[in-house]
Design a binder for this molecule. Structure first.
Ligand code: ZN
Length: 238
């Protein structure tokens, strides 16, 4: 079993009727229902729970963490961010979605600002699978078309990715590296762009397929226990 925790700040859905109409049970539960399938054991956690729902115990029992945050980035406590970072280094997978590009955890793991250009007019987005043999695009086809999404445009201030899996085109003319991978320590990281809270993106079958694939890809890192620090020599040294 792959143990997945879906973390959502869960503020917009409680504060806006318009957004609650799209995600009545919150983005975290929409995602949980959308990716539920063989081999996945799914839990959720939200900002306002004690320790943001990300206790030592919860993270120890998480193989892959999915992160959705936006307006509450600065309310996430640094100690919890450190805890998540430590688990990534130990091998926990992390999938950062949409506005998570500005989350503390993503910026900490990237070492850059995570800044980008944006525009919210509900234009069309087409995500091209530019790495067709990558496990994250399995079963998705050559592209995903989203009729209405927020635009994110280059330049995206992130380190050069390990792999670029999707590149988005927007009706307004911009392009964006919308599916990119990293490794930090033993942990695999996938950033996936779409998922603005006012659009039903997390009900799109292809989007859910990508996230489900990414969970399985990130969990396949197969982390092992490594001992660091002072060690005796293996050979006799004079
Ligand atoms: Zn957004």
């Amino acid at each position: 079993m792959i143990r997945v925790t879906i973390w959502n700040e869960y503020l917009h859905e409680q504060e806006s009727k318009k957004i609650a109409a799209v995600y009545p049970k919150g983005i975290h539960n929409a995602l949980a229902e959308g990716i539920r399938g063989d081999g996945l054991e799914i839990a959720t956690a939200t900002l306002e729970e004690p320790e943001h729902g990300l206790t030592e115990e919860r993270l120890k029992n998480t193989d892959v963490l999915i992160w959705w945050g936006h307006k509450g980035h600065l309310r996430v406590e640094d100690a919890i961010v450190d805890r998540v970072q430590q688990r990534v280094i130990e091998g926990m997978g992390l999938i950062v979605s949409h506005s998570g590009h500005k989350s503390k955890i993503f910026r900490k793991l990237m070492g850059t600002s995570g800044s980008l250009k944006w525009r919210e007019v509900g234009e069309k987005e087409r995500l091209w699978a530019v790495n067709p043999s990558h496990p994250i695009v399995k079963g998705v086809g050559p592209y995903i078309e989203l009729e209405h999404e927020e635009m994110y445009g280059e330049h995206f201030d992130v380190p050069e990715p390990l792999e670029t899996v999707f590149i988005s085109w927007f009706a307004g003319g911009e392009v964006f590296r919308s599916g990119i991978t990293y490794q930090r320590g033993q942990g695999r990281i996938f950033y996936f762009r779409p998922g603005h809270e006012t659009y039903p993106t997390y009900y799109n079958k292809q989007v859910l397929q990508v996230i489900g694939n990414a969970v399985r890809w990130a969990a396949a890192a197969n982390p092992s226990e490594v001992v660091y620090g002072k060690v005796p020599p293996l050979e006799t040294l004079n």
